[in-house]
Ligand binder design. Structure first.
Ligand code: CUA
Length: 480
């Protein structure tokens, strides 16, 4: 470095377009004769300064702080963090009692300037006197080892943080049960997002915490941070990696969207009608209307969503997919769901739709195919009273104890009994007619047929309407 090549007085280069500034500094040095320093030149532009650097080999550039024509930012950018012990100071020699601003990592009052100059002149340039710089220089002896240590430390901290977050997040249930085929790609996307968020969070917070601990300002450290204007390599890297990742997300996202909308050629059609504040489910192919959504497992349901009043939104969290229900025929929306888990869930409205929005829910039941078929059969009410009686007798559990094929179960068979005379436990007889059947349903223990016990639930009759009992009678009559 230049200062090691020459000995003798310290060499000052002045950056100022104002002759009085150089004059002032010269006379300051002149007054302090014991100061071994000389002004070797005066420049006012950066080009002149660069030229003077090799020709005049200055140890110090003093920039006129009050000179508008000198671009001091450019000077500082060029020389402060440049090589060598070339010192750059900003100096204000303006009178009026203001503090002189000396850009040498310190601010001095005007009265302290010559003291500072003296100190600078007497400092051994080969071993600067400032403790902070000394420390920095010591570190510089093993810069590679030093920065490697920090890289390993920071990577370790980031890794530990990421691992802890990953384990922590896996152990709390972030998502509800996965109950549909469409939920699978969506959950995979969630997992990808969680990982990306964990990595980003750990990277940012890890580096921040590491820096706060290891690169914090120590006591007595008055230094400015390094003057960094850019790092093309780093900027290219931090542009390309996120760009690649975002493109990958777009690709995975569209694949997943495709999977959630995959069509089954023969789905179960259900019209979902939302109104303030209830849901109705019509099964157009079955003629069923229901207040709960009942679906068979492992079969795709094609929901056609509409609204009678305002915007609602159909959402079963376990199914993941969600779609708005809009008023107006032309705004019908479709949603495909293939339930995979037998169980009971809730539809909730996911669009603020008024005062009772928060209770706008309905039950969703996912059944096995056979349970679903039974539900459908129970929903479809036949026209024929005999068929209806058949249905009621199954639904209300009569047939568990009364056969229709003549075989005796817990109760007498229904086959061929209507209009017959039967013997009772008390020895009397009765004709099985309409009145007797009604009595036996409403008050099961009144007249017990001989050979049977009083086992029929006493309250079973309360469940049945008169019309339903009529249907059952018609059914029993048909068994003759
Ligand atoms: Cu309907 Cu909120």
């Amino acid at each position: 470095m230049s200062q090691n090549l020459h000995s003798g007085p310290r060499r000052i280069l002045i950056a100022s377009s104002h002759p009085l500034f150089a004059e002032g500094l010269r006379s300051l040095l002149h007054q302090r004769e014991q100061m071994d320093a000389i002004v070797v030149g005066v420049v006012s532009t950066i080009d002149q300064a660069l030229k003077a650097l090799s020709e005049l080999q200055p140890d110090l550039i003093v920039i006129d702080y009050d000179d508008e024509r000198v671009n001091r930012d450019e000077f500082l950018a060029r020389f402060v963090e440049g090589e060598s012990r070339l010192r750059v100071v900003l100096l204000s020699l303006q009178e009026g009692g203001q503090d002189a601003i000396v850009y040498d990592r310190r601010t001095l009052a005007a009265s302290q300037v010559d003291e500072w100059l003296k100190e600078w002149v007497e400092t051994d340039l080969g071993a600067p006197g400032y403790s902070i710089e000394k420390k920095k220089d010591e570190q510089k002896q093993h810069p590679r080892r030093e920065s490697m240590k920090h890289v390993i430390g920071a990577v370790f901290l980031i890794g530990v943080l990421a691992l802890a977050l990953f384990v922590g997040l896996q152990n709390i249930e972030l998502l509800p049960q996965q109950a549909s085929l469409q939920a699978v790609p969506i959950d995979n996307l969630f997992q990808l997002d969680f990982v990306a968020i964990i990595v980003l969070f750990s990277l940012i917070v890890g580096l921040m915490v590491y820096s706060i601990v290891f690169f914090r300002r120590r006591k007595g450290d008055e230094q400015d941070g390094p003057y960094i204007t850019g790092n093309t390599k780093l900027e290219v890297v931090w542009t390309i990696i996120p760009l690649g990742f975002v493109l990958y997300l777009a690709y995975v996202g569209s694949l997943s969207l495709g999977r959630t909308q995959a069509m089954d050629p023969k789905p179960l059609r259900v019209d979902v009608i939302a109104s303030q504040w209830s849901w109705r489910f019509d099964y157009p192919d079955l003629g069923i209307t229901s207040t709960e959504l009942v679906l068979p497992a492992d079969k795709q349901a094609l929901l056609t969503l509409s609204s009678t009043d305002m915007i609602h939104s159909f959402w079963v969290p376990e199914f993941r997919v969600k779609q708005d229900a809009l008023p107006g025929k032309e705004f019908e929306r479709e949603l495909r769901v293939t339930p995979t888990m037998i169980g009971e869930f809730k539809v909730r409205c996911a669009e603020l739709c008024g005062r009772q929005h928060y209770v706008m829910m309905a039950t969703v039941r996912v059944l096995s195919q056979s349970d679903y078929d039974a539900w459908v059969a129970a929903q479809i009410i036949p026209e024929d009273p005999v068929a209806r009686g058949d249905l009621w007798s199954q639904q209300f559990g009569c047939r568990a104890c009364h056969s229709i094929d003549g075989s005796p179960l817990v109760g007498p068979t229904w086959k061929g009994v209507f209009g017959e005379e039967v013997q009772l436990t008390d020895g009397s007889t009765v004709v099985v007619d309409r009145d007797y059947i009604i009595e036996s349903i409403r008050q099961p223990g009144a007249k017990i047929v001989a050979g049977f016990q009083d086992l029929m639930p006493a309250n079973i009759g309360a469940e049945l309407t008169d019309a339903q009992i009529d249907d059952i009678i018609a059914f029993i009559e048909s068994l003759n």
